[in-house]
Design a protein around this ligand. Structure first.
Ligand code: PLP
Length: 263
């Protein structure tokens, strides 16, 4: 079946706003659009940031976060939700309380921006582990996030697989532990589901972290799940999508922004 024959698929990003549009809700929406789904956005937190700095964060009332989700649910057959920066425990709980049981859910456990700014506090991280990761269809930590959440120091391929198993044991149906920050086997992600571990290798580009690449990857996975692809295939397609966005990343000193020719 082609994507067109599948009809319109709806996906929702529940995440933080990045006014520079390099990460957060803005890149999520661009990604969903480019992947061919009708993306929608629930504002869970606000940031003031540019290419160099995150200057400030403002919380959004968790009741209002829930209200945004419930209002969309009244009207749209939402095929997949993706979460990003949720900020704090009350917001994580509000989101968990608004999601129907058994829904497809991609959890990107955003904790710290590459520029060392804390985006989700400790209690929010704990709430993610308790309330959302156990319900994840796919959880997509990077190495620093996996280390913080699991308490496992990731120093080699074996400890990376241990950390992926930790998320699986928390109840996530599938795990993509991203290798972009690895000092070993760089660029190789560990994918784990009930069929076991699979390594996903990708191109390694000669520039460090690209702003928003994690958001882009998780949103692409959510889009392909919304389009009806099996999870393992959605992850592979998501990896291809983010590879394109890294290949065409635009330089905005001192960083690069993900850029997909389709945007
Ligand atoms: N701002 C928001 C709202 C985000 O969701 C994220 C990442 O998920 C970031 C900033 C951080 O992006 P990066 O670490 O790629 O700079």
């Amino acid at each position: 079946m082609t994507d067109a024959e599948r009809g319109t698929a709806f996906a929702v990003s529940i995440a933080g706003s990045d006014p520079s549009a390099g990460a957060g809700l803005q890149i999520d929406l661009k990604t969903m659009n480019a992947c061919g789904v009708w993306g929608m956005t629930v504002v869970a937190a606000l940031t003031a940031q540019n290419a160099n700095h995150v200057r400030a964060i403002a919380e959004v009332d968790p009741v209002f976060v829930q209200s945004q989700i419930k209002t969309l649910q009244e009207d749209f057959p939402i095929a997949c939700y993706k979460t990003g920066m949720l900020g704090n425990a009350p917001t994580v709980r509000a989101v968990a309380g608004a999601l129907p049981d058994g829904v497809a859910l991609v959890i990107d456990p955003v904790l710290i921006a590459t520029r060392e700014y804390r985006l989700t506090d400790d209690s929010g991280a704990k709430a993610l582990v308790e309330e959302l990761i156990p319900r994840a269809t796919v959880v997509t930590p990077n190495i620093p996030e996996a280390e913080t959440l699991s308490g496992i120091a990731i120093t080699d391929a074996a400890s990376m697989e241990d950390a992926a198993s930790w998320f699986f044991d928390c109840g996530a149906s599938a795990v993509v532990l991203k290798g972009g920050h690895a000092a070993f086997r760089k660029g190789v992600d560990v994918f784990l589901d009930r069929n076991g571990v699979r390594l996903l290798s990708g191109n390694v580009y000669p520039f460090p972290d690209v702003h928003g690449s994690g958001c882009c990857f998780a949103s692409a996975i959510a889009s392909y799940i919304a389009l009806g692809y099996p999870v393992a295939e959605a992850v592979e397609r998501g990896k291809e999508f983010v590879d394109g966005a890294l290949r065409y990343a635009v330089e905005y000193a001192p960083r690069r922004f993900t850029m997909n020719p389709g945007w």
